[in-house]
Design a protein around this ligand. Sequence first.
Ligand code: FEO
Length: 394
Amino acid sequence: MGPRAIKDGVYWVGAIDWDRRLFDELIPLPDGTSYNAYLIVSGDRTALIDTVDSSMTNILLRNLRELDVKRVDYVIINHAEQDHSGALPAILNLYSDAKVITTSRCKEMLTDLLLIPEDRIWTVKDGETISLGDKTLEFIHFPWVHWPETMLTYLREDAILFTCDLFGSHLATSDLYATDEMKVYEAAKRYYAEIMMPFRTVIQRNMEKIRGLRVDLIAPSHGPVYHKPKFIFEAYQDWVYNPPKNLVILPYISMHGSTKAMVDHLVSALIKRGVGVQQFNLSRADIGKLAAALVDAATVVIASPTVLGGLHPKIVYAVHLISALRPKVMFAALIGSYGWGTTVAQQITQMLSPLKIEILEPILVKGYPREETFKALERLAGEIFERHKRHGLI
Ligand code: FEO
């Protein structure tokens, strides 16, 4: 894909990575991703906003060649992570007069991560501007989306907010703009869950900085550009600020069917009471879908058999992830079957302790569940219903 004009003198010059299926060797990318870079040309001044992953340097260079870019004055680096800064050494090599513009924290990271010479980097304070003739770039420090050095860049005259990872989506698409809102919503929500959710409270504070700013376009560094910024602003409003929904997510593993019988009963009992449920069989679940479901969940019920005295390793992985993603979850419970002894309850209590949530009485059964187990599961469904109701979620 070649360069694409967004406004007069503003071009998308990034790269679409249709084939990438894993990010950070952890996050599944079912729909690929893109590394968006933007070129701003104003009179004889030129600024490049972010670069691309080093694996796609040749595509960025080809796009700049196609636009006949002979000179780059500034390379704005909103974020040091290599999927956006990876091509920076090549850009600085090609455009030997170009200066990098970034935060002081990002300068340190660029010298550490990419060995960029310090004298090529200018640092900007929060709110500082540079003029490109008839276009003005304003830099808005916006730390912790999702690294400590991040900033946004605002092109005043065109009201374009370049947000790097913030508001992004891992979506490889030929659509320059977020025209398929359903598809983009799902991808952006998944992205928010995996990348931004752990920093929800910091994002809440920082969002005040851009409230009231006139924004006609949001140009993130992954996924399509938002030509209707209200769409993604409203989605973030819900994900970041609103209380969770009347939803239980239930990640489970069952080796011989006993824990699964408990899961089936609890799910029916919850549905009967009007509580929404999403269950995830972790032996083959898409962990990104689980993360996205956590954005809305008020309760997590973990269902694990006991293996070698403790939680099944796949449950350990999921619970660690849930704890690290810091969702808005308010309640958790544990159910499961064991053969002769178990420490799963203590493990769950310890692993979920960073979330500071209420952990309900576990329901653990030796062997296959019996009548009293199913009664206990009914009680648990009732307790979850009551708690959701008490918090106004039903
Ligand atoms: Fe898309 Fe934090 O890099």
